[in-house]
Design a protein around this ligand. Structure first.
Ligand code: G3H
Ligand code: ZN
Length: 286
């Protein structure tokens, strides 16, 4: 069924595993992620950035597609459709109207008090209709869609500010930027685990780790042990899909039927998602 992230993440935190947020980019991503979740008997969060929604035909098109595929595949596991890095109150409301069950309001580029006010406004609307909300503090480096954060701008979240934001806004989960990066890492990631532990302890809510691509398993396990219950992955699935398409077309220069190169790409995405679900510990938890 389509559900919010609230129960999913509270249960995951209690039982020390994390639910993956896998981002949608097109039809094949949506199919692959839903198939992986159902086969693994894993709860799943479908992340939809504003750019990806636009590419796919808008928020309504995304919700209709997800619902249709869930029917076609007879999906029984809990699925959340989540607006990733929502840029404004208006965009969050638009997504909720279209049937999203969860939204992230990313006010991380605003000063603390403005971020709190904006997040609170979104929570007030979302919670009246049972939609969950994620907020962010600090700045996650790298690039996702149109959001580019230079190395110098990337900033670790401050625990006392995280506590204030979560307490005042009543968000369901929270993403403190602690050194993770969107896209590939230059070298090994350097995550702020001491702060992660402190933020988890102070706020009590399930924590979210953005930039899941390229984080080694020992860091994933450590983050989960410190209260991380949601891990976002996008680029790694994009790598899997692109590498597969390149290989198939290289090996078969006469091939032109999209089903013959996007079909294998879909299988590659699915395999990557299955691996992540096992690594995050969410398999057989639905
Ligand atoms: O919000 C989405 C993510 O944080 C994905 O990050 O593309 O580095 O896996 P990634
Ligand atoms: Zn992110």
């Amino acid at each position: 069924p389509l559900v919010s992230m609230r129960e999913m993440l509270n249960t995951a935190k209690e039982q020390s595993y994390a639910v993956g947020q896998f981002n949608l980019n097109n039809l094949e991503f949506t199919q692959a992620i839903l198939q992986a979740a159902e086969e693994e008997k894993s709860p799943v969060i479908l992340g939809v950035s504003e750019g990806a929604a636009k590419y796919m035909g808008g928020f309504y098109a995304v919700v209709d597609l997800v619902k249709s595929l869930m029917n076609a595949y007879k999906v029984t596991v809990p699925v959340a459709i989540h607006l990733d890095h929502g840029s404004s109150f208006e965009k969050c409301v638009e997504a909720i109207h279209a049937g999203f069950t969860s939204v992230m309001i990313d006010g991380s580029h605003h000063p603390l008090e403005e971020n709190i006010a904006l997040t609170k406004k979104v929570v007030d609307v979302a919670h009246t209709v049972g939609v969950s909300v994620e907020a962010e503090l600090g700045r996650i480096g790298g690039q996702e869609d149109d959001i580019v954060v230079e190395d110098a701008e990337a900033a670790y979240a401050i625990p006392s500010e995280c506590d204030e934001l979560v307490r005042e806004t009543k968000v369901d989960c929270f993403a403190p930027a602690l050194g993770s990066v969107h896209g590939a890492y230059k070298g090994e990631p350097n995550l702020g685990f001491d702060r992660m532990e402190e933020v988890s302890h102070l706020t009590g809510v399930p924590l979210v780790l953005h930039g899941g691509t390229g984080i080694p398993t020992h860091d994933i396990k450590r983050a989960i042990s410190l209260g991380t219950a949601k891990i976002n992955v996008n680029t790694e699935n994009q790598f899997s899909a692109a590498n597969t398409v390149r290989k198939v077309l290289d090996e078969n220069p006469d091939l032109y039927d999209p089903r013959k190169y996007l079909g294998p790409a879909r299988e590659a995405i699915k395999a990557t998602v299955v691996d992540k679900m096992r690594e995050f510990g969410s398999s057989n938890k639905a």
